[in-house]
Design a protein around this ligand. Structure first.
Ligand code: GUN
Ligand code: ZN
Length: 441
């Protein structure tokens, strides 16, 4: 091995396609595997036995015999300025925004605050094993600038954008169509495709943008190749009714975005709970994605997303925390709540499917699978080392797990950030848990 090379020996799981638990297709699992990383990229993945047979010296590996090594988690929808409003009591979407979210986002007019909160947010992601995310910042361009600066310092693959919002919000949080255009262009020129950064146009949701501002978003979307678009869609019943008042000529909520050219394979719409059949087929026809945010949908009482209906139509569905409407940064916790949301609709979420969604599935939904999502040779080596037994409960449950699937299901249903012992960004250690019981349980 050269000096730019490192090797990690552990239990290793990753996905090569949508997993089929019955046939074993779509994933690779090594009870004793070796991941070799060279210059931040995956060089090889194989069983320790095969590596040794090929003359590889296993003593060079960092060895974590009881840990599960997975690709880094990807969060397809989250708000960086909402860390401090997580679990705010008692309101549904529109009152929750006015009472908690907007007042907190006003604090981001100060660049220093932006840097401090972006740093904290990114470190919380790393602590949760999340290595990439699609992120709303605030209406203040400096909050987006600070976010990219801090993400670049950590070399994390991030998509983010300045919120575009010019009505139905406090005056201090509103821009104008002209200001939005100017500031978005400047941020795109500065950050889009710089290192691992990508720009995502971010009209908050149709109620907080005038038709003129949505037209700006559409123009920018088509002016710059490779941009993303993120917004909210059909999350809450009162929100959907409000759309009818604000855009009386639109066929439905999605049609508002469609009218301004905002649909497409790089567009991610959060929620999509209360959709008509027409909207579902239009999302599918345009390749637009939906971010499923179960902890948020339950916490702010928005409803149950019908994942089977959307997937059957061919819509790419990704999994997301939606902090601070969502109640956890952990994608493991998020998958556990997704499982429960789907149970209520007589649907299932197999643990292999869940972990696929949090890794390769989300990478595919976000058109990032050329870079991240699994351990194919030459991909960027973002990964997590999970302790399967960080507490007595998980130790007891894992002791009776009788298959890989059962082990993974226990992890998905009982796990959270306390399972994340280490997070690596392009082969470099970016987070390490220092608990006094670490490894002892
Ligand atoms: N709709 C518009 N803004 C927001 C937000 O910040 N969070 C959620 N969950 N929904 C929204
Ligand atoms: Zn959101």
């Amino acid at each position: 091995m050269t000096s730019n090379c490192s090797a990690f020996r552990a239990r290793i799981l990753h996905f090569t396609d949508i997993p089929n638990p019955r046939t074993g297709a779509g994933f690779e699992y090594f009870d004793d595997g070796v991941l070799v990383v060279e210059q931040g990229r995956v060089r090889s993945l194989d069983s320790a036995a095969n590596m040794a047979a090929q003359g590889f010296d296993l003593s060079q590996c960092q060895h974590f015999p009881d840990h599960l090594l997975l690709p880094g988690f990807i969060d397809s929808h989250i708000h960086s300025p909402q860390t401090d409003v997580i679990v705010s009591y008692g309101e549904q979407l529109l009152d929750w925004l006015n009472k908690f979210t907007f007042p907190n986002e006003l604090k981001f007019s100060c660049f220093q605050h932006c840097e401090q909160k972006a740093s904290e947010f990114l470190d919380i992601l790393l602590e949760n094993g999340t290595t990439s995310a699609m992120v709303f910042t605030t209406v203040f361009a400096q909050s987006t600038d600070a976010f990219f600066k801090m993400a670049q310092q950590r070399n994390m693959r991030m998509m983010a954008g300045k919120v575009m919002m010019d009505r139905n919000a406090p005056p201090g949080l509103c821009d104008t169509p002209e200001q939005s255009e100017r500031e978005c262009r400047a941020l795109i020129e500065k950050w889009h495709k710089v290192g691992r950064m990508r720009y995502a146009l971010t009209p908050r949701f149709a109620p907080t943008s005038t038709p003129q501002q949505l037209a700006v978003a559409g123009r920018l979307y088509h002016d710059y190749p490779g941009l993303y678009l993120q917004t909210h869609l059909s999350e809450n019943v009162k929100e959907v009714a409000w759309i009818k008042e604000l855009f009386p000529k639109a066929k439905d909520y999605l049609d508002v975005y469609d009218h301004y050219g905002l649909l497409g394979t790089r567009s991610v719409f959060a929620h999509g709970i209360h959709l008509s059949d027409r909207e579902v087929s239009r999302l599918a026809d345009t390749g637009s994605g939906i971010a499923f945010c179960p902890t948020s949908n339950l916490f702010i009482g928005s409803g149950l997303m019908d994942m089977a209906r959307l997937e059957k139509a061919g819509i790419p569905v990704s999994i997301a925390t939606d902090v601070g409407g969502g109640t956890s940064f952990s994608l493991l916790r998020t998958l556990a709540e997704a499982y429960k949301v789907l149970q209520l609709q007589e649907q299932n979420l197999h643990p292999l499917k869940g972990l696929y969604m949090a890794t390769l599935g989300n990478a595919r939904s976000l058109m990032l699978d050329g870079y991240i999502g699994n351990f194919e040779s030459n991909k960027e080596a973002d990964f997590v080392l999970l302790n399967l037994t960080p507490n007595r409960l998980q130790k007891a449950r894992q002791a009776v797990a009788n298959s890989l699937e059962d082990t993974l299901f226990s992890l998905m249903m009982l796990g959270d950030e306390m399972n994340v012992d280490r997070t690596y960004i392009m082969g470099n250690l970016a987070f390490q848990r220092h608990g006094h019981n670490q490894g002892e349980m």
